[in-house]
Design a protein around this ligand. Structure first.
Ligand code: G4P
Ligand code: NA
Ligand code: NA
Length: 194
């Protein structure tokens, strides 16, 4: 997605060779027009899949899952990282190790929001180590729903996430694929069409 790649080049801050900061337009302040276009693009890429629900994880997947859900005309659900006291319901849970925060946390989804009949598209801001996405894929599998694919706004191809998802035969579409980066420089590679 050209507009996205240009924004990454203009506004992305490379904090280290592995961490890209996109807080000014993607995941702290959010460019709503760009988020809507991202949602439309995921909807277009997975149009043939009869998706019934979009799934993401809080916090920075939410705006893209919502945009995608609107474009597809389906609800979205986001996995929660802390189990609220009021959340007395039965949940699906997975543990996720965060490489940016160096900690392991539980993600949960109330069981009644995922059903065997559902066809799920997972959407997230980054594909990095894949830990968060594999946790969500485990939850979809536990629910008996069908996982049709994963849509990532930004993929860092030099981390292991894609490999972990492909081992499970999960189709991936990333809108910007970064093959390498260093301060002042970002290299993109194109997605191969489905
Ligand atoms: P993932 O590949 O399955 O997303 O999982 P990973 O464990 O590698 O990433 C952990 C968290 O760090 C994820 O956020 C992911 O979006 C974020 N992340 C990974 N690489 C980068 C990066 O280069 N820059 C930024 N800004 N974030 C990155 P999360 O757990 O969904 O948390 P939240 O930040 O959305 O609350
Ligand atoms: Na995220
Ligand atoms: Na994030």
């Amino acid at each position: 997605m050209k507009a996205l790649q240009e924004r990454i080049r203009q506004e992305g801050q490379i904090l280290s060779e592995k961490v890209l900061k996109v807080d000014s337009f993607l995941n702290h302040q959010v460019d709503t027009g760009l988020a809507v276009e991202i949602g439309k693009e995921f909807a277009r890429l997975f149009a043939h899949e009869k998706i019934t629900k979009v799934l993401t994880i809080e916090a920075s997947g939410i705006q893209f899952a919502m945009a995608t859900g609107i474009a597809l005309g389906v609800p979205f659900v986001y996995a929660k990282k802390k189990k609220a006291i009021t959340q007395g319901d039965v949940v699906y849970a997975a543990s996720v190790h965060s490489f940016t925060k160096q900690e392991t946390y539980q993600v949960t989804i109330v069981q009644s929001y995922l059903n065997k009949e559902d066809r799920i598209l997972i959407v997230d801001d980054f594909l990095a180590t894949g830990a968060a996405l594999v946790g969500l894929a485990d939850i979809v599998e536990a629910s008996g729903a069908t996982l049709v694919g994963v849509g990532c706004v930004i993929e860092k191809t030099f981390q292991e996430g894609r490999g972990l998802l492909e081992e499970r035969q999960i189709p991936i579409q990333s809108l910007a694929r970064i093959s390498s980066m260093s301060p002042g420089h970002v290299d993109f590679i194109e997605e191969t069409p489905l």
